[in-house]
Design a protein around this ligand. Structure first.
Ligand code: PHE
Length: 341
């Protein structure tokens, strides 16, 4: 009998050499210690067949073997688990000295930046925002702005007509009429928005953005216009920037002016940007034509107004030194990343 127990012990010792994981130890342990099928378990069950006088010895021997196997395999199991834990620590180790993945920060599109900047500047002067609609009637876009059918000034803008009555607005000036029809002076509004013209080259796009300004009150003159525009150019292009008014023509303003600012690149001495003139054309403006005031039921003997229309793309192109308007619409990140304020 003792020889048999010794054999099982040797079998356990030899078998243990082959074990490589705690899972294997578990399976191996079951092979010997499982109460029903394990080799030692079966020996325990044999007890009832042993003659009573040998039973005490038999039981003692099997119990000792069982205790020993439990200790021996328990120790092995603990060693395996420790090894496995170490291996897990190794594999899950974090290298905290590695540089973190850099999160890219987005920025606003240059058109939005300039638009916001203009809104900031003019709302500081008391202007309120009016958002018109992109689809307009011929009346608001042209007729009420003193540009009736067959007026030669209609040729100044190549219009997308949707029907004889409806069109895509060619200018935010259409908003002037809506505002003056609804509101009586004093009026001080700023109207940003998309406008559309069938025009396409390096500096023109079929869709672009304008910012209309309109002030109507008693005694408004060109001086008020130039004063406001001086503040605007200084804030956008820098402290020393000046403005200059040149006579021009728009049907809805009289007199009409083209506004230049002193070249912020060369300070007025002449360079490539200003084509050697020292001045850069930035917007159209004027004193609201009396006929337009009257079309909206405003007494032109009592009130006068000023209006201006700023091209946002043009302002952005000058500010950021962009020579092709398409770069503003292509959403090329290599371009946009450079245009951040
Ligand atoms: N609407 C004109 C244009 O688009 C600009 C302008 C606005 C001129 C207001 C005078 C007054 O060219």
């Amino acid at each position: 009998m003792n020889a048999n127990l010794e054999l099982i012990k040797q079998e356990i010792i030899a078998g243990a050499e082959e074990l490589n994981s705690s899972k294997e130890v578990y399976e191996f342990k079951k092979k010997f210690l499982d109460g029903k099928t394990g080799k030692i378990g079966l020996l325990m069950r044999e007890m009832k067949n042993i003659p009573p006088e040998q039973r005490a010895d038999y039981g003692k021997g099997v119990n000792e073997l069982k205790e020993w196997a439990l200790d021996f395999l328990g120790e092995l199991d603990a060693k395996m688990k420790e090894k496995e834990l170490q291996a897990r620590y190794e594999s899950e180790k974090l290298d905290i000295s590695l540089p973190a993945v850099e999160l890219e920060e987005g920025n606003l599109h240059p058109i939005t930046l300039v638009r916001n900047q203009l809104i900031d500047i003019f709302s500081g002067m008391g202007f309120e925002i009016f958002e018109g609609t992109e689809i307009e009637t011929d009346y608001y876009n042209f007729t009420a702005l003193n540009t009736p059918q067959d007026h030669p000034a209609r040729d100044m803008q190549d219009t997308f007509y949707l029907s004889p009555e409806f069109l895509l607005r060619t200018q935010t000036s259409a908003g002037q009429i809506h505002v003056m029809e609804k509101q009586k002076p004093p009026i001080k509004i700023l109207s940003p928005g998309k406008v559309f013209r069938s025009d396409d080259d390096a500096t023109h796009s079929p869709m672009f953005t304008q910012m209309e300004g309109l002030v109507v009150d008693k005694g408004i003159t060109l001086c008020d216009l130039q004063g406001m525009l001086d503040v605007f150019v200084q804030k956008i292009y820098g402290e020393g920037t000046k403005t200059r008014l040149r006579p021009s023509y728009f049907p809805f303003t009289e007199p009409s002016v083209e506004v230049d600012c002193s070249c912020f690149e060369c300070g007025g001495t002449g360079c490539k940007l200003c084509k050697g003139t020292g001045w850069i054309e930035i917007l159209g403006a004027g004193i609201v034509n009396n006929k337009v005031l009257e079309n909206c039921g405003i007494d032109s003997n009592e009130y006068s107004g000023l209006a201006f229309g700023i091209g946002i793309e043009r302002t952005a192109m000058l500010k950021y030194g962009i020579n092709n308007i398409k770069l503003l619409f292509e959403s090329d990140l290599r371009v946009l990343k450079q245009l951040n304020d």
